[in-house]
Design a protein around this ligand. Structure first.
Ligand code: PLP
Length: 446
């Protein structure tokens, strides 16, 4: 380990609490270009993480940098809630039009989590109902509202309560390990039946403001529910005057080939929440929703000093312009098809791969101890990720057992091929028993 990295790690321990970190492997990045990253020791990596899906446009984009520089030297920001900036209004109009629906409004914040809080406020405000339903294994963020509706890990919730009241949970449809022991071919969507049962017996539907759902459960392992689940959930919402909110923070902005991942399932939501990649590299979040819902709260029920600031909105606008010009949504989808094929081929060769799933450049490769039981194989995921990171591919894992494949959308086919070669070598070494258990002490993950 270089002196520089050692010093960064030492000072991290001294000045940054562990609550603000998730440790994978000690690396500190100093530079990035496209889908390539460079660390402080001069090592090069292909990026399969895209900064947790917050760098869809890739790294070191000159056009965005120039646009932001221009804005910063003119007027970096001036509280847009009091005095609307041109870039904020341009972006609101652009995003509203991108929904393809009339009457959609946009309310900005600085992070995904703060926008989740906004969606909760709008849903309660519009319906006059208190309860928010979210799903097991979901992650919606780290503010008090967002953590209250996140159901992923105890360590994020322990000691900080009480959390927001009136937050209910149902099972997310994890078909590979169906809680109701159904196979996809005879699935009767018991995961929705549990909600109908609750409505009949102990959860008055007329007290539920909204269902908040990830279109693909990112941190749970990139789990893709069947379209029927969302279509029936949307119908259940309509029947009961409940709003449907899609958390697009991880999955939106082109990752699945569309602006909103929920569009892949043919379902219209009342509210969409954006964050991460939406800012084109700068912090930006938004709630996008139907006018009557968004206008249900009074001024200034969801306003932040820095939200919708000119510099961040300029970055976002330039990013969307580049994505359109370079047809990046469609590119991402096609590259995803190609990459999934490569993983499916590897699945034939390596029994440790239980399932390959995903839409777009957004693939979960679920590693199992046994294909019959589909038991999660945490050691395999940890060892293979570690091997890859040591061999020039930044690859992490989520949901204890799923390799998280979310590269920047600008990644080239050559880079994809190189990355696949590294993963193939890792799987070969793992299968040959060459990856030592000592790695498990070095890597943590979610
Ligand atoms: C689906 C989802 N929602 C919300 C968030 C929170 O976003 P942020 O960390 O930008 O506040 C995340 C972050 O990982 C996420 O993946």
């Amino acid at each position: 380990m270089s002196k520089q990295l050692e010093s960064i790690l030492q000072r991290q321990d001294e000045y940054v609490p562990k609550s603000a970190r998730v440790s994978y492997i000690p690396i500190s990045f100093v530079r990035g270009k496209g889908a390539k990253l460079y660390d402080c020791d001069g090592n090069e990596y292909i990026d399969f993480l895209a900064s947790a899906s917050s760098a869809n446009i890739g790294h070191g984009n000159e056009e965005i940098a120039q646009a932001v520089y221009g804005q910063m030297t003119e007027l970096s920001q001036y509280i847009s809630a009091y005095f609307p900036s041109g870039p904020m209004i341009d972006l609101a109009e652009k995003v509203s039009r991108m929904t393809g629906r009339p009457d959609m409004m946009v309310s900005f914040s600085c992070t995904g989590s703060a926008s989740i809080d906004g969606a909760i406020k709008y849903a309660r405000g519009y319906t006059g109902r208190p309860k928010i339903v979210s799903f097991s294994e979901s992650y919606h963020g780290s503010t008090y509202g967002a953590i209250s509706v996140s159901k992923l890990t105890n360590s994020m919730r322990r000691k900080i309560g009480p959390l927001l009241p009136e937050c209910e949970t149902f099972n997310y449809p994890v078909c590979l390990r169906c809680q109701y022991h159904q196979a996809p071919e005879n699935c009767a969507l018991d995961c929705l039946e549990q909600i109908r049962y609750a409505f009949r017996h102990y959860l008055p539907a007329d007290e539920v403001a909204a269902f908040l759902v990830e279109p693909i459960a990112g941190d749970a392992g990139l789990i893709v529910p069947p379209a029927r689940f969302f279509q029936d959930l949307a119908a259940l919402c309509r029947e009961n005057g409940i709003l449907l909110i899609s958390d697009e923070i991880n999955q939106g902005v082109g990752r699945t080939g569309r602006m909103f991942a929920m569009d892949n399932f043919g379902v219209e939501c009342d509210l969409y929440v954006l964050g991460k990649s939406f800012g084109g590299g700068l912090p930006l979040g938004a709630v996008v929703g139907r006018r009557e819902v968004m206008e249900s709260l009074e001024s200034p029920a969801h306003a932040f000093t820095m939200s919708g600031n000119a510099a961040c909105c300029t970055a976002s606008l330039k990013m969307l312009e580049i994505m359109e010009r370079e047809n990046l949504f469609e590119e991402a989808f096609q590259k995803g098809v190609y990459l999934r094929e490569r993983f499916l081929k590897m699945q034939e060769e390596f029994p440790v791969i239980g399932e390959v799933r995903g839409i777009g450049l957004n693939i979960g490769v679920d590693l199992v101890t046994d294909r019959k039981t589909m038991e999660k194989n945490y050691p395999a995921a940890a060892k293979i990720s570690y091997y890859c990171m040591k061999h020039g591919l930044l690859l992490t894992f989520v949901g204890q057992s799923s390799l998280r494949v979310q590269p920047p959308l600008v990644i080239t086919r050559e880079e994809l091929d190189q990355a696949v070669e590294i993963i193939h070598a890792a799987l070969t070494a793992y299968t040959a028993g060459e990856l030592s258990d000592s790695i498990l002490e070095k890597i943590q993950g979610w």
